[in-house]
Design a protein around this ligand. Structure first.
Ligand code: 5GP
Ligand code: MN
Length: 332
């Protein structure tokens, strides 16, 4: 935090000098808990501390039951494509946890491409598409950046805000399992607990609220996992048509790829989400410590973190997999 003071004062100055009226906040497509918690907590700072007319955008297709519960608990309204608002009325776009412009929801990109942009993120490979880019790769979650910034400006950290930050940390540390689970993380969590947040209740809302549909789909996934490269690689394919057969959607697959690394001996786990209609495969990768997945996905224009990354490759599954497997073999 100490060495980030210069960065935090840049955010503070940027917002103090911002003379426009309306701000729109967005995260990335396939929104996850770090993304959700950081956009909602930053919304509170903009609204309460900087007194800005602020909106949070979430794509309709990701705004599911659990996300709705989280936003309800924080008493924050989010807008989607369907909201009755003039999307041309914004003066600034703030993105959090979003490593490149292509990952801003397409609907919003159309309306905000010419606006000034403030980019706050912890992805080391952030492409810096903002007018001000605050990128802190050492932060376990983007929410950690928001939290330290809140302390820097002396924002009144209440229980609601603390809960949102806790959600970002639970999400991006894999519930205190990944290598970014550090002393700083536990120090912050201990401070968050001082506001009276109910950790077990938050856990219940986030992780004990799965739909029966997701469970059925998970059973398909577990049934279809393949072990390759002497058990060091675990792959499962999930065609969009199967997901639809289960009446599920892409957001129901959140967390599935983590099951791959639970298997003994697996070093890299891969979910291949196959969009048959678009002739495209979305790959989600997870790896144990010591492997840098970014080296693998960057070949295909993807990105993420060393142990959790993703990319999209055009083509039918077989040809895309052949290319990806060739890269994976260089590292396992
Ligand atoms: P997941 O594959 O689980 O959606 O994402 C894992 C991590 O990789 C996240 O930090 C996410 O932002 C990043 N990621 C996933 N897919 C892509 C992609 O296509 N491009 C980039 N730049 N990052 C990705
Ligand atoms: Mn994140």
């Amino acid at each position: 935090m100490e060495n980030n003071k210069e960065l935090f004062s840049q955010i503070d100055n940027f917002l103090k000098n911002f003379s426009g009226k309306r701000i729109i906040i967005s995260g990335h497509i396939n929104t996850d808990f770090d993304c959700l918690g950081s956009i909602l907590s930053f919304y509170k700072i903009l609204k309460e501390f900087y007194k800005k007319d602020t909106y949070v955008f979430l794509e309709r297709n990701v705004y599911d039951y659990v996300f709705q519960k989280v936003t309800e608990r924080a008493s924050i309204n989010v807008i989607t494509e369907d909201s009755n608002i003039d999307f041309n009325s914004f003066d600034l776009l703030v993105t959090l946890d979003t490593s490149d412009w292509k990952r801003v929801p397409e609907f919003l990109r159309d309306y905000t491409k010419n606006l000034p942009k403030l980019v706050i993120d912890h992805h080391g490979d952030n492409e810096r598409f903002g007018d001000l880019n605050i990128i802190i790769p050492g932060a376990a979650a983007t929410g950690v950046i928001v939290y330290n910034f809140a302390k820097f400006i002396d924002y009144n950290i209440d229980k609601v805000f603390a809960e949102l930050i806790y959600i970002t940390i639970l999400g991006d540390t894999g519930r205190f399992a990944y290598s970014n689970t550090t002393k700083e993380v536990f120090d912050i969590v201990s401070e968050l607990c001082e506001t009276g947040i109910d950790c077990s209740e938050i856990y219940r809302v986030l992780f004990s609220n799965e739909s029966p549909i997701k469970y059925k789909l998970l059973s398909y996934v577990l049934d279809n996992m393949e072990l390759l490269l002497d058990g060091k690689l675990c792959l499962f394919k999930l065609p969009q048509s199967i997901v639809e057969k289960y009446n599920a959607s892409k957001s129901d697959t959140e967390g599935f790829v983590d099951y791959t690394l639970k298997l003994r001996g697996v070093k890299i786990g891969v979910m291949a989400y196959i969009y048959e209609d678009k002739n495209e495969v979305k790959y989600s990768l997870r790896a144990v410590k010591g492997i840098n997945l970014r080296d693998i996905v960057k070949v295909f224009g993807g990105g993420g973190h060393p142990q959790a990354a993703g990319c999209r490759i055009n083509g039918a599954f077989e040809e895309t997999w052949e290319k990806l497997l060739k890269e994976i073999k260089k590292y396992v």
